[in-house]
Design a protein around this ligand. Sequence first.
Ligand SMILES: [Zn+2]
Length: 387
Amino acid sequence: MPALPPLPRGRASVLALALLCGLAGGVVRAGEAASATGTAAASATVPATAPAKATKAEASPESPIGARVAPDPMERLRARLAQRLGAMSAPDPAHPDELRIVSRAHPSMAVEPASAAAAAAALAPASASASASASAAPAQVVRAMHPVRRRPASAAVAHAAPPAPAWDYAGPGGPDAWGRLKPEFATCASGTRQSPIDIRDGIKVELAPIRFDYQPGAFDVIDDGHTVQVNVAPGSAIEVLGRRYALVQFHFHRPAEERIDGKPFDMVVHLVHRDSEGRIAIVAVLLERGSALKVVQNVWNNLPLEQRVALAAPGMLNPNELLPTERSYYTYMGSRTTPPCTEGVLWMVMKTPVPISAEQIAVFAHLYPMNARPIQPARGRLIKESN
Ligand SMILES: [Zn+2]
């Protein structure tokens, strides 16, 4: 057998392996998927804290698996899979983070086209269309992910070349390197209106209140490898400066990315909105240790076991419950705080923090102990604040 190239490190490969195992058979009933949430927090962290334990098949980049001798049962399984999936293509070098599901008809993977689309959408949570279609067909998302769920990673996939480091919050793919990782991330380094910032020296003015038109609705939860994100059903929106922005998703950072007069906060939730012309408006709600926040518990209860697969929650979620009662705010123009760090984002940071319990912070910290981009230079940007 020809020597296989080194396997990529990280959880993306774990999921890829799981997906392939799924192709080889095995389904989980919807009930199992929905009821497995009780242990979600603990189980979901396994790959986060110990990727090497998640799968013995994962070799470090320094030890190509082809160098080993073959009689290991894992090698045999790998060889069989390689044979079976001979046509599988390597990851697109332009999108090494993206997982591709090679469509090979198999009884256990017999999902209708709509479900396949939902599954594909679930793998690209950052895009508005993804969240829209995932929200539109929550049940299908769950069905599409069945094959993924049952099998832990237990086989390997050959990749063409080791991918460039994925962006991260530390290490070779950390914030200092973001701008160099991909051409489309260049703004992370060259941008002049980046976020987050330390909010200070705001000009106190009569800011029109943000009109929150949030509705309870269906939602799905995705652990995208950088945060826990909730994709909400269409119907919620804000109106500000004469524009209506639809709520697309919200997600969490620990600690809070933004500071106020240098003060750090335990966590923050970013509510991401988009208007009909694609303009982004983000409302930041700072979270401070205190009493438990029911809506956050609703999200944690529905954490998916697998990364990058959206899990449709069985109940409803009311985004209003994330908002403080007192709604004065700071506003400034900035950027997305994750690659590609796109600028032109209208930021509104609520002045009043909302309490979240120590236990709830601990659940998130278990998954993501630190997922905050460092403070960016304000460069004299105008910051306005409610009187
Ligand atoms: Zn964010």
